[in-house]
Design a protein around this ligand. Structure first.
Ligand code: IFM
Length: 438
C-alpha cells in the first residue's frame, strides 16, 4: 500500500525566511533589525555568525527560483523583511526593497509556482525596538501599516499571506529566555509581547480585508504537543500547563476569543494587560491556519523527559511523527478549525558533501514518516491543504548560526554552491507522483 497518496490539488512547497537566507544586510536601503543587533552582540550566536551574508539569496534570486522549480514543488513560502521595505518600521517605504519582492513573486509566477508570503518572521526594525518593540501598542499600529502596504502591493499575485510566524518564539525566546533577539528576560513582558503580536495579527487582517486584498489570510503557529510522562496527577497537570503556555495561549484567543483561564491563573501578575475589544479583534476569521511541527515534549513534574529508545535530530529534538497526526486530530476535534497548511516540517542533520553528493537518509525517513502522518490525518477528515518542507536550503539557524543544516539543498557557504541533497531528490520525486513503493 502506498501511504503517501495525496489529493490532486494538494500544495507541495518548500519554505524559508528572509533573515535566514537573504544576506545583503546593508544594501539597497535596508535598515537594521533586532537580529542584526543581536548577532553582532558577542556571545549571542553559537558560532559568532550573522545573517549579513547568509545564502546571498538577495543576489542569487533567479538561480534560487530555478532551483525551487527544479525540485518539482508547486509552491514557495518566504517572508518579507520588514526593515528591507521600511527601514525604520514607521517612516518611508523603501522602493528598492519592495521591488525585490515584486521580482520574487513575478519570478515564482513565471515558473508556475504559487507564492505564500509571511509578513513577520522575527526581523523587527531596530528603530521600533528602540522605542519599546512589541512591548508597546505603537508597534502594533506600525505593523498594521506595514502589512497593509505589502499586502496591497503583492496581494493580487500571491496565494496566501500569513501575518506572523511562530509568535511563541518571538514572545518567549525573545523576551523570556533571551535566546533570541532582542534577548530580554522578563516573563511578564513576554506575555504582553504575545498579546501585542496577536493583536497586530488581528488588526492587520482587518486592514488587509478592508483594502480588498484577495490572497488567503492567516497566521502560522509552532505547536508542540505535550504528552504526560506518566499517569501520575502531577505529570498530567504539568503536561496540561505546558500545553497551555505553548499551544493554547495562541490557539484559544485566535480561534475562541479568550486566553485559557488556567494559564492566566498560572501567570498571575505576569498575565498580559488586555484592553476591552482586543480579543474580538484577535479572533478574526482565518482563511487558513499554518502549523509548524517539528517534535513533541514529554512532560513530567520533575522536568521534561527524554525517551531513551527514541531517535533525535541534530537539534536534539525527538523524531515523533505520531505527534503531528495526534495534533491535527486534536485541533480538528477541539476547535472550529479553518483549513490547515503544514507551513514547516523538517529536520537538521550533520550533512556532509562527499564526492559531489549529500546522502541524508535520516531526513528522507523523517519526511516520509511525517507525510504519512499528514496523510493519515487527511483520511480522518482534517482539512490539510498543503505541506511545506523546512527548508529549501541550509541557512542561518538563529542562535545556532550555520551549525545546523535543515535544507533539502546543501549550501557550501565558502562558495555559495547549492547541491540538492538526496532528500531533495526524494521529495521532488514524491511530488511529481513518482514515489517509489517499498
Ligand atoms: O529555522 C526555524 C524557522 O525560522 C522557524 N521554525 C523553526 C525552524 C527550525 O528551527
Amino acid at each position: 500500500m502506498n501511504d503517501l497518496r495525496f489529493p490532486l490539488h494538494f500544495t507541495w512547497g518548500v519554505a524559508t525566511s528572509a533573515y535566514q537566507i537573504e544576506g545583503a544586510a546593508l544594501e539597497d536601503g535596508r535598515g537594521p533589525s533586532i537580529w542584526d543587533t543581536f548577532c553582532h552582540t558577542p556571545g549571542k550566536i553559537i558560532d559568532g555568525a550573522s545573517g549579513d551574508v547568509a545564502c546571498e539569496h538577495y543576489h542569487r534570486l533567479e538561480e534560487d527560483l530555478d532551483l525551487i522549480r527544479s525540485l518539482g514543488v508547486s509552491a514557495y513560502r518566504f517572508s518579507v523583511s520588514w526593515p528591507r521595505v521600511q527601514p525604520d518600521g514607521s517612516g518611508e517605504f523603501n522602493e528598492r526593497g519592495l521591488a525585490f519582492y515584486d521580482r520574487l513573486v513575478d519570478g515564482l509566477l513565471a515558473r508556475g509556482l504559487e507564492a505564500h508570503v509571511t509578513l513577520y518572521h522575527w526581523d523587527l526594525p531596530q528603530a521600533l525596538q528602540d522605542a519599546g518593540g512589541w512591548g508597546t501598542r505603537e508597534t502594533v499600529q506600525h505593523f498594521v501599516r506595514y502589512a497593509q502596504t505589502v499586502a496591497t502591493r503583492l496581494g493580487d499575485r500571491v496565494r496566501s499571506i500569513a501575518t506572523l510566524n511562530e509568535p511563541w518564539c518571538s514572545a518567549v525566546l525573545g523576551h523570556e529566555t533571551g535566546e533570541h533577539a532582542p534577548g530580554l528576560r522578563d516573563r511578564a513582558l513576554s506575555r504582553q509581547v504575545a498579546h501585542h503580536l496577536l493583536l497586530a495579527h488581528g488588526m492587520a487582517l482587518q486592514a488587509m480585508r478592508a483594502s480588498g486584498v484577495r490572497a488567503e489570510l492567516g497566521i502560522v503557529l509552532n505547536l508542540n504537543p505535550a504528552y504526560a510522562a506518566s499517569d501520575a496527577p502531577e505529570d498530567l497537570r504539568a503536561a496540561t500547563l505546558f500545553d497551555g503556555h505553548f499551544n493554547r495561549f495562541y490557539l484559544d484567543p485566535l480561534l475562541r476569543g479568550h486566553y485559557p483561564a488556567d494559564i492566566l491563573e498560572d501567570l498571575g501578575a505576569d498575565a498580559p494587560r488586555v484592553q476591552p475589544g482586543d480579543l474580538e479583534i484577535i479572533r478574526q476569521p482565518l482563511d487558513f491556519l499554518g502549523i509548524n511541527y517539528y517534535s513533541r515534549t514529554l512532560v513530567s513534574a520533575s522536568g521534561n523527559a527524554r525517551p531513551e529508545d527514541a531517535q533525535y535530530t541534530d537539534m536534539g529534538w525527538e523524531v515523533y511523527p505520531d505527534g503531528l497526526r495526534d495534533l491535527l486530530l486534536r485541533l480538528d476535534r477541539e476547535y472550529d478549525l479553518p483549513p490547515v497548511f503544514i507551513t514547516e516540517n523538517g529536520a537538521a542533520y550533520a550533512d556532509r558533501l562527499e564526492g559531489g553528493r549529500v546522502r541524508d537518509p535520516e531526513r528522507v525517513a523523517y519526511l516520509r514518516a511525517h507525510l504519512a502522518a499528514v496523510r493519515s490525518a487527511l483520511e480522518a477528515g482534517v482539512k490539510v491543504k498543503g505541506y511545506f518542507a523546512w527548508s529549501l536550503m541550509d541557512n542561518f539557524e538563529w542562535a545556532w548560526g550555520y551549525t545546523k543544516r535543515f535544507g533539502l539543498v546543501y549550501v557550501d557557504y565558502a562558495t555559495q554552491r547549492r547541491v540538492v541533497k538526496e532528500s531533495g531528490e526524494w521529495y521532488g520525486s514524491l511530488v511529481r507522483g513518482l514515489e517509489p513503493v517499498g
